[in-house]
Design a binder for this molecule. Sequence first.
Ligand code: CP3
Length: 354
Amino acid sequence: SANDAPRAQQPSAPYDSAFLKACRREPVPHTPVWFMRQAGRSLPEYRKVREGIPMLESCMRPELVTEITLQPVRRHGVDAAIYFSDIVVPLKAIGIDLDIKPGVGPVVERPIRTREDLAQLRDLTPEDVSYVTEAIGLLTRELGATPLIGFAGAPFTLASYLVEGGPSRTYENAKAMMYGDPELWADLLDRLSDITAAFLKVQIEAGASAVQLFDSWAGALAPVDYRRSVLPASAKVFEAVAGYGVPRIHFGVGTGELLGLMGEAGADVVGVDWRVPMDEAARRVGPGKALQGNLDPTVLFAPTEAVEAKTLEVLDSAKDLEGHIFNLGHGVMPSTDPDALTRLVEHVHTRTVR
Ligand code: CP3
């Protein structure tokens, strides 16, 4: 009977999960898979529980955060949960006047443009985000052996919102500061690295099994500028959490030319978008690191056969990697059919079972 089936593959703790094994570049029973932005608007059950509750407020309600974080785990059977929050939550928590506008993104009331504006940024204490500690406590009990990924925005991506005042395509104000007043820029990023490190520590100490640093918009930078003006701040974040021994993932969009540097910044796992094949990404990152990626999220709008063909392309290009975590090359798009995600998880699992 089903009850007599071998259970050897069932991990009893997050440490033994396929996801954390892949992060550590150990042999896995199957390629683990999760999706950036898996906890969000593509799910009808998410829209239902969020009804009438503004985004930032929903991030501060531990029971709601727990429910939303668990939804994609229940529905898709993904190998990891990602904590439901947003990259601007720690900034809100230290008193920055900002909001997340639906369909727009984070909007900052008083953008940071001068040295005087830096006074808006103070250190983050665990008490500022006590709801995070509480929610992760609830979550780790519910999740059992499924690992929870904590996350934060990287200093550059946070700075892009703080300096521009909102989303941008060109980052002209941020770059003007970076090139025009490198000292102010370095001070801004250094403060953000302390806030980010403190926020990741809260999540790890509460029970997160891995952390991902989202430098979503770093792909706007040339390698020489990334190395000089951004890498030191991100490296400080990774260094600050190195002692916990939890895997550190580093991801940005359009970062093909930066993959080596993003690994160098101190990541254990480098996230790859869909523009660079996984085998080529592995050459750029070099040995000693696992890779995460990299199906184009828009592929999910194509028929199942096409999704499966593109998925096999990703798996094939990743077949010689020491550690591969399957993911999309960027977040799930809101209009994605949730069933396409469920089928994708099953396809990756059945195609890679060892
Ligand atoms: O991955 C997950 O499922 C966990 C939750 C999560 C959210 N934001 C929830 C959210 C994560 C990991 C993030 C990270 C985040 N936030 C990033 C980095 C990841 C990436 O996509 O590159 C960035 C750049 C942000 C900033 C931000 N917040 C944007 C650009 C938006 C979208 C604005 C919009 O409406 O189009 C947000 C809002 C946001 N964050 C939503 C969710 C579920 C949508 C809010 C809603 O449902 O009303």
